[in-house]
Write a protein that binds this ligand. Sequence first.
Ligand SMILES: [Zn+2]
Length: 291
Amino acid sequence: MTNLGSLAEGLAIMAIVGGLIWLGLFLSPIVLARVRSSAGPRVPLTSVPPAWRTITDRDVPFVQLLSAEEQERLFGLIHVFLREKTFQGCAGLQVTEEMKITIAAQACLLLLNLGGECYPNVQIVLVYPSTFVPKLALRTAGQVVPPLVPELGESWQDGSVVLAWDSVLSGARDITDGRNVTLHEFAHQLDQEDGESGGVPILDSPSALRAWGRVFRARFEELGERAAKDEPTVLDSYGATNRAEFFAVATETFFEKPLELQREYPDLYEELKRYYHQDPAARLSRGRPPP
Ligand SMILES: [Zn+2]
């Protein structure tokens, strides 16, 4: 819940930890007013279209790791996602039901215990058959960014997510390689929900914000130092690019290499566990999906 008292408390605490300027930038009334609180919809498993189950059984094996109650909420979220978002094929691609379900299932995994709306900023998912070279884009006022190298995905604050289908599928089918472009791009969307893209999604409380800032700043800087020395870590060195990429990479790792992340960066794992209200390490320990 949010009220002026909690805001005043947060501001007072922020003053105490004045050194955490980056953290303080995000302690705004807007952030606090958008705390997630509601539970997601549920669809009884007996009401899930058999074709959806066939697709998730084949392409999205992590679904089988979820409890029946979690699966009911996941399929409820998938239903909302498909109703609210538009899919559009690019470069001649015809978007199929398999593509929609596979993308929606992974995107909605992040929302499973977050409550709130289903990616309120996302309006369209653009799907390329494979890696794509971004077109000229006006990213900030007056600044045109030229085409870069081929990409697997993009996440824009204008309400679009761009994905390469072959990478979506390979990322979905292998849930232990630490690479998942869908989780990555939709983590960016969560990060951007407060209008900023700085690696700080909407958090539950000022205390959660303080802990997040402390842990994420330390681990981001550590990853940068280790990447500079070509020292391997469970986190992909791409996460050292900036704080937004760090959160997206950490999210991929949290869901796909949770045991390794928990072992190597226990404090980072705990922050992600507290944010997503999920414990993938425990889930994975309970049972792996069939090959
Ligand atoms: Zn990214």
